[in-house]
Write a protein that binds this ligand. Structure first.
Ligand SMILES: *Cc1c(COP(=O)(O)O)cnc(C)c1O
Length: 375
């Protein structure tokens, strides 16, 4: 369905395909909503923290008023913990907003935006929306980012290169880049190219994997760090994330954002969730044990999976290019929603968000059943 109206580069955009909502799957397959297990959108299986629920209830009485356009209180809390002044912070309607603001602030028709193949689907969307050219760099020997190849692509693009997206950990592959790899990359990228380091899953890194990204923001005026409240903080439905960059770049992002891009409930909930270290720890622990539970089952089923630093695992469910779609459909009929990743160029794989122990178990049982009955 192509309209005669609108810009060509907008018509060319392939729509984002999200995880299917529980209600929709229940209707389509005649299932009981309460029995459906959704492991499709990397949401926090613990749901929203209680502390955030309470903050929302309190803030609800003020909903007749516009939100604080500058997010004063939340920025203060972030500023204190992160060790940057508040004018280094941009709040976003989800970190998705930050990614789009970055694209709109620095790229337009005639420019190039560089990112990895099998990286987050919003990078091509944000690029195409501003009419820039997307340069997708295929990793040579892995499913992660090939930063050397990305550097070559940036060099080849020359003055046209304006923006590069790097996700660590990456979605949907779960791949992880070490501090040394990222730092070498930041040092090598020309200063006229903005680097977005997307850390939507940062909180799931183990202590050994952690690094100081804020120190890089302080060193590199062309860097934007992007973080989310949707995953580890359990606030996906509220839409809130933030960007950290030096004031000049932050100023640009704030000029083009909607004045009230982050609603009052999201701000109140984020303040509570950000300080709820017990919730974060509980989510971290449940994610580690869920990862072990899933990968042990994959080993037993003889399935290949990619080591993941996030709250999801990519597993190969067959050798033909229909495998992902086929197994996904069989899972849906059993009330299990996972994520096919054919749109990421990975049609033989499924991405499984790590859930509660019983949710993981339900998925494992269904998958085992499906694979056995196909033999
Ligand atoms: C989920 C995700 C985001 C965006 O999440 P928001 O809900 O918009 O904050 C950003 N980057 C990656 C890699 C993601 O997987």
């Amino acid at each position: 369905m192509t309209s005669k109206l609108g810009l060509k580069h907008i018509q060319a955009i392939a729509p984002y395909i999200g995880g299917r909502p529980i209600s929709e799957v229940a209707r389509e397959y005649g299932l009981d909503e309460s029995k459906i297990v959704k492991l499709a959108s990397n949401e926090n299986p613990l749901g929203m923290p209680k502390s955030a629920q309470e903050a929302i209830l309190k803030a609800a009485s003020e909903l007749g008023r516009y939100p604080d356009s500058n997010g004063f209180e939340l920025k203060n809390v972030l500023s204190e913990r992160l060790g940057v002044p508040t004018d280094w912070i941009t709040l976003g309607n989800g970190s998705n907003d930050i990614l789009e603001l970055a694209a709109r602030a620095v790229a337009q028709a005639g420019d190039d935006v560089i990112f990895s193949r099998h990286a987050f689907a919003v990078y091509p969307l944000a690029t195409q929306a501003v009419g820039a050219r997307a340069i997708e760099v295929a990793p040579t020997d892995s499913y992660g980012h090939d930063l050397d190849a990305m550097l070559k692509a940036i060099e080849a693009s020359g003055d046209k290169a304006k923006l590069v997206f790097v996700a660590n950990p990456n979605n949907p592959t779960g791949s992880y880049l070490s501090a040394k790899e990222i730092e070498d990359f930041l040092l090598a990228v020309p200063s006229h190219v903005v680097v977005v380091l997307d850390e939507a899953y940062n909180e799931y890194l183990t202590p050994e994997q952690r690094y100081d990204a804020i120190a890089w923001v302080k060193r590199f005026p062309n860097m934007i760090l992007s973080r989310s409240f949707s995953k580890a903080y359990g606030l996906a439905g509220l839409r809130i994330g933030y960007g950290v960059a030096q004031p000049a770049l932050t100023d640009l992002l704030n000029r083009i954002r909607q004045p009230f891009n982050v609603n009052s409930l999201a701000q109140a909930a984020a303040i509570a969730a950000f300080q709820d270290t017990a919730f974060l720890q509980q989510g971290f622990d449940i994610n580690r044990s869920g990862y072990d539970q899933l990968t042990k089952a994959f080993d037993e089923l003889g399935l290949i999976y990619l080591p993941s630093a996030g709250n999801f695992v990519l597993v190969k469910v067959g050798d033909d290019d229909q495998a992902g779609v086929r197994i996904n459909l069989a899972l849906l009929k059993r009330g299990i929603i996972v994520r096919p990743v054919g749109n990421y160029g990975l049609p033989q794989w499924l991405r499984i968000s790590i859930g509660l122990p019983e949710e993981n178990a339900a998925f494992i049982a269904a998958l085992g059943d499906i694979l056995n009955s196909a033999k």
